[in-house]
Design a protein around this ligand. Structure first.
Ligand SMILES: Cc1cc2nc3c(=O)[nH]c(=O)nc-3n(C[C@H](O)[C@H](O)[C@H](O)COP(=O)(O)OP(=O)(O)OC[C@H]3O[C@@H](n4cnc5c(N)ncnc54)[C@H](O)[C@@H]3O)c2cc1C
Length: 386
């Protein structure tokens, strides 16, 4: 007699959404002995994660009011935690993940920082920020007149990060939109319909980012609310080939860096990806106004490089987060369990390890050992928007 695939199998956890939150949760839960699967509607990373700037940061950019706040302290340990992952000294080993830059900088014209100069030199920030002597400046600042600091931050290649997190687990990662047709609630747990198999899920974990609100509505979970914080990022293709990984603080008028700059390779060369105040304020500008604003900002903040024949494009995207009073940014990862449903928002790429800790703390221990054999299509890696 042939052994046949059972039509129904049980798993400890089904994770919905294959961005950083879902990919991190999958790797962590498998390491801890959970029988877990991941369901992704589109392509892995294709929403916020591959559109992010990839910065792993200690939150210093939230301390630009000149003091250390809850928000800046909650993530201060994260660069160190990620370095442990990159050295395979954590439950989520990530050795070999490609870094786009080992350093992240802050710069401003010499007279522009006022009392921040004293704050940056204070004991409170020791080990998190260092002023560089001119001979220590990276090449991208050749021609600049001002101050350059190095932060305890670095920049990851987010596509490679998702690849490293999911490598070897492809048979547990399915292309499936979790909705009323595929996901239902059954006696204390959930049921997911794959192409040829029904999966009984003990704990359902939503890492669905911008798709979370619809899931919460579908499952009638009313005590978790979601907020969106939109950005209008700018993608610049310059004529020069100088990469930059830095916040610009020249003449800042608020507590947010004027420009947050990362550089990324494309098939046609390198692009600069611009966030910071330009992107948050840009939401209120038309596309034409936003491109004009980007041109002005680059000319003002980085005048030593040539912007004459640069090409510009825009990316409008929303960050999905737990609702905060006054729509402010959340300062830590969010994990909340309601019955056998768990909602996760890392709230920042950087806070994925914090999210993982909180997730393990609310889950029941693993118990399902069924083996899932299915022909259901697997979800593959998405690509960055540039
Ligand atoms: C422009 C930008 C720049 C950023 N830069 C940084 C940075 O430099 N550093 C930092 O720390 N943070 C940064 N962030 C924040 C960071 O990117 C996000 O906090 C993080 O990527 C969120 O990850 P996620 O997995 O929760 O969501 P997402 O990456 O959005 O993933 C959610 C996934 O769920 C899937 N999905 C949704 N609904 C369903 C469904 N019903 N069924 C199945 N799948 C579903 C989606 O297709 C998607 O793949 C940035 C964000 C933006 C927008």
């Amino acid at each position: 007699m042939h052994a046949t695939t059972p039509p129904t199998v049980a798993v400890d956890a089904a994770i919905i959404g294959g961005g950083i939150a879902g990919a991190w949760a999958l790797k962590l839960l498998l390491a801890k002995g959970y029988n877990a699967i991941l369901l992704e509607a589109d392509r892995l990373g294709s929403a916020q994660t591959l559109a992010s700037q990839g910065m792993i940061h200690g939150g210093l950019k939230y301390a630009l009011a000149g003091n250390v706040t809850g928000a800046s302290e909650a993530i201060a340990q994260m660069p160190q935690r990620w370095r442990a992952c990159l050295a395979n000294q954590d439950d989520v080993p990530l050795a070999g993940t490609r870094l786009l830059s080992e350093h992240y900088y802050m710069f401003a014209e010499r007279t522009a920082l006022g009392r921040l100069t004293t704050f940056f030199a204070s004991k409170t920030l020791r080990g998190r920020i260092d002023k560089l002597a001119r001979e220590q400046w990276p090449e991208s600042f050749a021609g600049f007149n001002g101050v350059v600091y190095t932060l305890n931050d670095f920049v990851l290649d987010t596509a490679d990060l998702i690849t490293q997190l999911t490598l070897g687990h492809e048979q547990r990662i399915f292309k499936l939109q979790a909705d009323a047709a595929t996901l239902s609630q059954i006696n204390g747990g959930y049921q997911v319909k794959l192409l040829d198999t029904t999966v009984h899920v003990r704990q359902l974990i939503s890492c669905a980012g911008n798709g979370s609100e619809a899931l919460l509505r579908q499952l009638q979970i009313h005590d978790i609310e979601v907020q969106q914080r939109p950005l209008k990022q700018v993608i610049v293709k310059p004529q020069h080939a100088v990469p930059m990984f830095a916040h610009c603080l020249t003449g800042i008028t608020s507590n947010e860096p004027r420009l947050t700059i990362t550089s990324h390779s494309t098939r046609d060369g390198m692009i600069w990806y611009l966030g910071g105040q330009l992107a948050t304020k840009g939401v209120a500008r038309s596309d034409t106004e936003q491109i004009q604003a980007a041109k002005t900002e680059l000319q003002t903040c980085v005048p030593w490089l040539d912007w004459q024949r640069a090409e510009y494009s825009l990316l409008s995207i929303s960050r999905a987060e737990p609702k905060q009073a006054s729509a402010l940014k959340p300062d830590q990862a969010f994990v909340k369990r309601v019955g056998n449903f768990v909602q996760c928002f890392p709230t920042k790429l950087t806070l994925a390890p914090d999210m993982g800790d909180r997730l393990l703390a609310v889950l029941d221990p693993p118990s399902a050992c069924d083996v899932l054999h299915t022909q259901h299509p697997i979800a593959t890696l998405g690509s960055a928007p540039w």
